[in-house]
Ligand binder design. Structure first.
Ligand SMILES: [Mg+2]
Length: 288
């Protein structure tokens, strides 16, 4: 890509000469790596989440729906938002709780994605850990207001996130609390991946932990694994997995849009593990 540098510099000098003023020539962009100019899988998705009014509208709509369905669930003790295999008897008399994911459900990590686009490369744990420890994730439109409304109705919100308990616990609590999300003084309603109370990676174990003494009235997430276990399969299997729950979306389960990453992407790549990911994804396109 360095071949373009002299061309850009000459073009900038020409513009300056034509203007007839001795203005300083801005430095050319660093085109020494493909990070500056190369294609990146996440460019469009990240721009959409960072700039599109359509994204803000979708998020606001999701939380408006969540609020309306919460009111309904609080008035009807028979409603249970746990997936069917996780439901137990006698929940009707328990106090209400919401289980929600954090990343790209309540808080926005798109600056991390933007940095990966800028610097080149996909997700990696070290750069993610650095970002999450900055405690800079912002609230997704509508999220804080919804969470505070739920708390005002006497609902406990459990934050069930696959951030790492060992390395991200305090930063996650600090970030959520600073944004105004209701969090107990001892953070007991925060359940990260590896929490000693329910250490499994899949979220079902943590959902069941919450359900031991709560009626779960609503689930919120941006990823199928925020609602169901066993989502790390292929595309067809995931479609079968959600089939029994067609009526739950927008009622018991609220899905926030995330075109940037998720188990949906892993499901595509499962079909061709030995291929470069872009070629693999192209093979998954439908043309009719
Ligand atoms: Mg998430």
């Amino acid at each position: 890509m360095t071949v373009f540098r002299p061309v850009l510099l000459s073009f900038a000098l020409l513009l300056s000469a034509c203007a007839g003023t001795p203005t300083a020539v801005p430095p050319p962009p660093d085109l020494s790596s493909t990070a500056a100019t190369g294609a990146h899988d996440n460019l469009n998705a990240t721009l959409w989440m960072q700039t599109a009014a359509e994204y803000q509208a979708a998020a606001l709509g999701g939380f408006a729906q969540a609020k309306a369905r919460l009111d309904i669930a609080l008035a009807d003790a028979s409603i249970n938002a746990l997936p069917l295999p996780e439901q137990t008897q006698g929940f009707e008399s328990l106090p209400p709780a919401i289980i929600t994911d954090a990343d790209e459900t309540l808080i926005d990590n798109s600056p991390f994605q933007a940095r990966r686009i800028r610097d080149g490369g996909d997700f990696d744990p070290a750069t993610w850990a650095a970002w999450s420890n900055e405690r800079k994730a912002r609230g997704i439109p509508g999220a804080v207001a919804f969470a505070q409304y739920a708390a005002s109705r006497g609902v406990t919100i459990y934050y069930v996130t696959n951030r790492d308990h060992a390395s991200e616990y305090q930063a996650t609590a600090d970030n959520l609390r600073a944004l105004g999300f209701p969090l107990a003084d001892d953070n007991r309603n925060l359940l990260l991946r590896g929490d000693p109370r329910a250490p499994g990676k899949e979220k079902g174990e943590r959902r069941r932990f919450v359900a031991k003494d709560h009626r779960v009235v609503l689930l919120l997430g941006d990823n199928l694994g925020d609602f169901l276990d066993g989502v790390g399969s292929d595309v067809a299997a995931r479609e079968n997995l959600i089939a029994p729950y067609a009526d739950w979306w927008g009622s018991r389960w609220i899905m926030l849009p995330n075109p940037s990453y998720g188990s949906w992407e892993s499901a595509i790549l499962k079909a061709c593990a030995e291929q470069p990911s872009t070629a693999c994804k192209r093979e998954a396109l439908r043309y009719d």
